[in-house]
Write a protein that binds this ligand. Sequence first.
Ligand SMILES: Cc1ncc(C[n+]2csc(CCOP(=O)(O)OP(=O)(O)O)c2C)c(N)n1
Ligand SMILES: [Mg+2]
Length: 335
Amino acid sequence: MECMLNNRSCVCADESLLKDKALLREMLEKMMIARKFEEKVSELFGKGLMHGTTHLGIGEEAAGIGTATALAPDDYMLVTHRGHIPAIGKGCGVNGMMAEMMGKQTGVCHGRGGSMHMADLGKGVLGGNGIVGATAPLACGAAITLKLKGISDRISVAIFGDGASNQGAVHESMNLAAAMKLPVLFCLIDNNYGMSTPFAGAAKETNLTKRAIGYGIKSFECDGNDVLAVYETTREAREHVLRYGPCLLVEHTYRTSGHSKSDRGRYRSKEEIAGWEAVNPIVRFSNFLLDRGLFTGSEIERADKFSADTIESAAECAIAAPNPPIDGVLDYVYA
Ligand SMILES: Cc1ncc(C[n+]2csc(CCOP(=O)(O)OP(=O)(O)O)c2C)c(N)n1
Ligand SMILES: [Mg+2]
C-alpha cells in the first residue's frame, strides 16, 4: 500500500482546538512516549529481558493516542493484541506497563497479564485481548452494564483491526449493539494488514465504512496518521454514540513495525515501509505545530527529552523490580 500522505499538514476543523496548548502538548508527549515505549520494548526483547512475543504499533501513534485522548476518563476501552498505544493514550502509566511487559510484581497486572492482557480498570482500560475480534462482544457487555446501571454519559469502545473486521464476533456485536442501541464506539484501526495478508486479499469490498450500512448505524472515517483529525472525529463519533447509539469509526493508518516479534517482513517491500516511515505521525504533528507557530523548536525538543527520560526511567524501574513471589502465583488470576 503506497503512502500518499505528507508529513507537514494536519486537518483541524475546529480551530479553537489549537488554542488548547495543554491538549496539544498532551497528545504530542503521549505520541512520543508511546513511540519510545515501543522502541524500548523492542530493545529489551533483543536483550532477552522480555519473553513471549509482542505486537508493536510503531507508526500507529496518531490513531491510538488521538482516539484515547478524545474519550472521557471513565469511558471503557478494550484493546487488541496491539494495545500499548491506546492504553498509554487512555492514561495507563508506563512504569506499570513496562514492568508488566517484564512479568514483574510492580506491573499494572502484577506481571500476570503481559503485553497482550494489560488492563487498568481505574483508567477504564478493560484489557488487551489475544483473540482477534474479541474486543467487540466484550465492549457490548461493558455497554450493557452502563445501560443497566442507567449511566448515560459514558461509552464503551471496542478497538479492533481490519483483519478482525471479518470475524463473525465483530459482525454479531455490531448487529447486537445496533438492535439494543448500546453506547458502543466500534473503532476500526485499518492498518491494511492482518498479519501478512493485505486487506484487499481478505475481502472483496474494501471500503470498510460500508460495514455500518448493514447494521443501520452511522460511520465516520479519518486519516489515522493525523492526530488532530483522529481526535476530532473520535469526539464527534463519541457524541453520536451518546445521542443515537453505536457507530463505526474507521481510522486509516499503517504499522511500520512488523506484525509481531517473529515477522520477517516478506509480504511488503522495503520501499513501501520507507514511504510510510517518511510520514511519521509524530514528525508530522511536530511540523504542523511549528509551521502554525503553536510550538517553538525548543518546546518540541523538551517534549522529546521528557518522553525519553520517562521511558528510560520506566525501563530502569522495571528491570530493578521484583518478580512475583512463587507462593502468590495464583493471586489476581480469575480463570
Ligand atoms: C480468533 C483468532 N484468529 C487468528 C488469530 C491469529 N492472529 C493474531 S493477530 C492476527 C491479525 C489481526 O489483524 P488485524 O485485526 O488487522 O489487527 P493488526 O494485527 O493489524 O493490528 C491474527 C490473524 C488470533 N489471535 N485469534
Ligand atoms: Mg490490521
